[in-house]
Design a binder for this molecule. Structure first.
Ligand code: NDP
Length: 248
């Protein structure tokens, strides 16, 4: 893949939730390659070789997120970029999904994203600068039947609209907020789904015009663009990156 260099990212402070694995980790590596300073907030440190600081944090805990943001800003200053990549999925049909699986997914994917945007957003607004990128999903747009993930789909639709609402509120105070909606990407998250239902692999490829899963690096490339000044006109946008899945 061609590595695009964004000179404005060098020296920037980047906070990444869910940066321990998958898309978050791939993006953390790409930010460090651009010369940015990365802080990973996650339940566990997935890559101790990554040149980044690690803070153990559960994004569902609003007061812990707020305390972590205040502490981080006190020592390193207000972040230039925040990426919300923490996310989970639970599969069950609408009539069978437990109340716990419903709320756990909403808590991590939607409320967690809000807590992080709010806690760091307050500092970014005070500094009058910053960019937030939230990872939504193409599931915000399509139901992905026959996969049964009503809580995930609803949470990701919420992330897209949360992003637009924040963008509208914060645009004139120097903070941009955009989301990216990937299609199927080869990470532990999709590997776990395939382990339970191997036949899904063929369904996904058949329904994706490009005929393959995306890679975390392909998603990271778009996140870097959204985080850099190269996308300075964009706020409140949701960029669909799904190999064409949603065109059919
Ligand atoms: P992974 O499962 O590979 O990574 C998710 C990361 O989020 C893990 O490091 C995980 O920590 C962390 N995490 C989970 N819960 C919490 C929490 N409560 N607090 C802090 N961190 C948490 O997923 P992906 O990289 O595939 O997904 C990243 C994002 O992209 C998610 O929001 C996902 O919904 C979205 N996405 C993924 C797609 C895909 O096909 N893979 C497609 C579309 C969207 P731990 O390792 O400790 O569990």
């Amino acid at each position: 893949m061609t590595e695009v260099t964004y000179p404005d990212l060098a020296g920037k402070l980047v906070v990444i939730t869910g940066g321990g694995r998958g898309i978050g980790l791939a993006t953390a590596r790409r930010f460090t390659a651009q010369g940015a300073r990365v802080v990973v907030l996650d339940l566990a440190n997935g890559d101790s070789d990554l040149e980044a600081e690690f803070v153990e944090l559960d994004v569902t805990d609003a007061s812990a997120v707020s305390a972590a943001a205040d502490k981080l800003v006190a020592s390193l200053g207000s972040p230039d970029i925040v990426l919300n990549a923490a996310g989970i999925v639970r599969s069950a049909s609408a009539e069978e999904m437990s109340a716990e699986d419903w709320s756990t997914v909403l808590d991590v994917n939607l409320s967690g994203t809000f807590h992080v945007c709010q806690a760091f957003g307050r500092h970014m607004l005070a500094a009058h600068r910053g960019t937030i990128v939230n990872i939504a999903s193409m599931s915000a747009t399509v139901s992905n039947y026959p996969q049964k993930q009503i809580s995930y789909n609803a949470s990701k639709a919420g992330v897209v609209h949360l992003t637009k609402t924040l963008a509208g509120e914060w645009a004139d105070r120097g903070v941009r907020v955009n989301s990216i909606s990937p299609g199927y990407i080869a990470t532990d998250l999709t590997a776990a789904l395939l382990e339970r239902e191997p036949e899904l692999g063929e369904v996904w490829r058949d329904r994706t015009p490009t005929g393959r899963l995306g890679t975390p690096d392909e998603v990271a490339s778009i996140i870097l663009f959204l985080a850099s000044d190269a996308s300075s006109l964009m706020t409140g946008s949701d960029v669909i990156a799904d190999g064409g899945y949603t065109v059919w």
